[in-house]
Design a protein around this ligand. Structure first.
Ligand code: HEC
Ligand code: HEC
Length: 282
């Protein structure tokens, strides 16, 4: 009798563990948390396609390591999320260095424009490449370039992030357009200190165009406070929807002593809508 009960207990425990592990795997994947790169929501075929297209870059760029130089161009390992002209040890053209001063960061948007027509995006730069004129090719290539990094690097946070955002978007039944509209209204609170437009002016705070996916403190010509720089040195790397959400909830709690004097937005829905809007600032 007792033996039977024990046996039943063992069976139930094993069953419980199997279900638990299964559920964890499923949701772990959904969130992109700790699952292997690439996150489940990135279409593999697109990455593969991008890899094929990247052969066009190989005569001039190494894509396997941040430190391996060809005789022509800088290595492209970890290029996504980096400020322009920031590979140590590579001699850039003056035009490319100026782009860095202008705050160009290699996010999806600027890569897309640069790869479409390098000479048009950064006049006078020395990349002798006519450009990829098909949007779909550039998109695939950029998806591939995103994979050129150590999987544990926080640069991939924006990707993980997309999964989280699409989850929360699914919970919210209102349309994307509605959320963007509400977010834009919410952003008027930021407009007192931040330029959100294409002019990229630094006023009281740094400009916010392209902030989602941008390195924190990456606006070179803006004088960030010491506490802010310390937070960056201690590992605040790229603004993604998660850390931006935390920061906007209570800036001083995330970066004690920051000179962004703002009480924070406590309402989850308003913050999320604002972030949906900020993501459109490209
Ligand atoms: C004919 C050689 C050549 C080819 C082909 C080429 N590039 Fe370049 N690329 C360069 C050079 C040279 C630079 C440096 C530009 C400068 O300093 O003005 C550069 C710069 C870049 C930069 C900016 C790097 C930085 O640190 O700011 C990116 C991004 C880039 N290339 C991507 C690509 C991609 C992606 C491809 C393939 C679709 C490609 N390039 C094809 C020569 C090339
Ligand atoms: C009262 C002025 C003020 C308001 C209002 C304000 N900010 Fe800021 N913000 C700043 C200042 C100043 C900094 C620089 C912080 C530092 O150096 O410590 C900053 C920094 C930031 C950064 C870091 C940018 C970077 O390049 O790393 C983000 C992101 C940001 N603010 C977002 C927002 C958002 C979103 C809102 C609206 C909800 C907002 N801020 C409202 C003044 C403000």
């Amino acid at each position: 009798m007792n033996g039977n009960k024990d046996f039943l207990a063992v069976i139930l425990t094993v069953f419980g563990v199997v279900v638990f592990v299964g559920v964890f795997h499923f949701f772990g994947d959904e969130l992109g948390v700790d699952s292997a790169y690439p996150p489940a929501n990135v279409m593999l075929s697109q990455v593969d396609q991008g890899k094929r297209i990247s052969r066009k870059c190989l005569p001039c760029h190494d894509l396997t390591s941040a430190r391996r130089f060809t005789r022509v161009g800088p290595p492209l390992w970890e290029i996504v999320g980096k400020p322009a002209a920031s590979v140590q040890g590579y001699v850039y053209s003056r035009a490319q260095l100026r782009a860095r001063q202008d705050g160009v960061v290699w996010d999806e948007f600027s890569l897309d424009r640069y790869l479409d027509n390098p000479r048009d995006f950064i006049p006078g730069n020395k990349m002798a490449f006519a450009g990829l004129h098909l949007g779909a090719e550039r998109k695939a290539l950029i998806e591939y370039l995103k994979t050129l990094q150590d999987p544990k690097e926080s640069r991939m946070a924006p990707l993980i992030d997309q999964a989280i955002l699409s989850l929360s978007a699914a919970e919210d039944s209102s349309s994307f357009v509605e959320r963007v509209k509400r977010g834009r209204i919410e952003s008027e609170k930021c407009g007192a200190c931040h330029d959100l437009g294409p002019e990229k002016k630094n006023i009281v705070g740094p400009y916010l165009m392209g902030v989602v996916g941008r390195p924190a403190g990456g606006v070179l010509e803006y004088p960030f406070s010491q506490p802010f720089k310390k937070a960056v040195a201690q590992g605040l790397k790229v603004w993604n929807t998660k850390n931006l959400d935390d920061f906007i909830t209570d800036p001083d709690a995330v970066i004690p002593g920051t000179k962004m004097i703002f009480p924070g937005i406590k309402d989850d829905q308003r913050r999320q809508d604002l972030i949906v809007y900020l993501r459109t600032l490209k």
